[in-house]
Design a protein around this ligand. Structure first.
Ligand code: SF4
Length: 343
């Protein structure tokens, strides 16, 4: 591998100029790229983590209208921010973005180096490098799944990695050697753009690729199989939820602030959360979904309101149907509630 890396980095100057020329001609027009600002860059980087551009576009537009700057976002309540984020998933991003806005709007001067952003809420090495290179021209290379894919293919690296994180560590050095120090922000965006539009997971568009002449994977004919990762071992999980509704409202559970995930969001309660014991009844609805390594079967049981404990179990609240629209709910739960209300 060291030989392939050297081969690629020895052509770093050609790589940089081909990539940047291609980016200058082909970069997509995206709302965070027109009249860019630190705020727009930060919001877009948070929204784009684990999420595709086309999903982010309407959220970004609404967000900038609702919270035009760090101060506006810092003042908003967590509940309102979660509501605006509803449907984008990974809600810790919204909470961290609000906390970050609170910190930044109180600072006299905002740091411009990636390493100084690492302690901020929700900021890891990737976001720090992306934000500081784009907003402050800091020479910090981004290494995310897109970059790993491009570099594994360019170097023809068939190593079997545990996961993308392990591969990212392995590729940091080479990404830094390839970085364009005159235009680090554009170089990083060009890498992301190449990964998102041409060096696709399936069917990479090598004929259109500006660096195809130096791509070992393409030369070997195995580019589409790279990078290689160990298969994820999934665990099956069963979740039993109770659907308790009448003409007026439904029972929901608010995820407490000490929970690991989704805090502050409302969900259809599990039987345990509602303090209900199920007695062999049949579910009225079943849904399957995957979260991290879990393959989850969610079963919903219709339960009569009369059997609810008095007072209601902790975190559970009777919610008027007319209030459902304004409450922050996770995307799947909003969908399921819609289906259950129709049944
Ligand atoms: S030639 Fe193909 S596989 Fe290689 S970097 Fe370009 S798009 Fe990716």
């Amino acid at each position: 591998m060291a030989k392939q890396n050297e081969e690629l980095t020895s052509k770093a100057a050609v790589f940089r100029s081909r990539l940047i020329e291609w980016y200058d001609q082909h970069a997509r027009e995206l709302p965070w790229r027109s009249k860019p600002s630190l705020y727009k860059t930060v919001v877009s980087e948070f929204m784009l983590q684990q999420t595709q551009v086309k999903t982010v576009l309407p959220y970004f537009k609404n967000w900038i209208e609702e919270y035009p700057d760090f101060r506006g976002l810092a003042k908003a309540s967590e509940e309102r921010v979660l509501k605006s984020w509803e449907g984008l998933g990974y809600y810790s991003r919204a909470r961290n973005l609000r906390k970050l806005a609170q910190q930044l709007s109180e600072m006299e001067s905002i740091p411009t180096k990636a390493e100084d952003w690492l302690g901020f809420p929700g900021i890891g090495p990737y976001a720090a490098a992306a934000i500081c290179s784009i907003s402050f021209n800091d020479s910090a290379a981004v290494v995310d799944g897109n970059v790993v894919r491009i570099l594994a293919r360019l170097t023809g690296d068939a190593t079997l990695y545990k996961n993308s994180g392990e591969a990212a560590k392995r590729y940091r050095e080479i990404a830094e050697k390839l970085l364009n120090h005159e235009r680090p922000g554009d170089h990083n965006q060009a890498m992301m753009e190449l990964g998102a539009t041409l060096c696709l997971k399936q069917n990479p568009q090598c004929l259109l690729c500006p660096v195809n002449a130096m791509c070992k994977g393409r030369l070997n004919g195995n580019e589409a199989t790279l990078p290689r990762f160990e298969k994820t071992k999934y665990e099956a999980k069963q979740v039993d939820r109770v659907w308790i509704a009448d003409k007026e409202g439904v029972l929901l559970h608010k995820i407490p602030s000490h929970a690991k995930r989704m805090k502050g969001l409302h969900e259809i309660p599990t039987a345990d959360q509602a303090g209900i014991r199920l007695n062999g009844q049949k579910p009225i609805l079943q849904k399957k979904r995957s979260i991290t390594k879990y393959r989850i079967t969610e079963s919903f049981y219709r339960i009569d309101r009369g059997v609810l404990p008095e007072p209601l179990a902790e975190g559970c609240k009777w919610t008027r149907k007319s209030d459902l629209e304004s409450l922050p709910l996770s995307g799947p739960h909003r969908k399921w509630i819609g289906e259950l209300l129709e049944m």
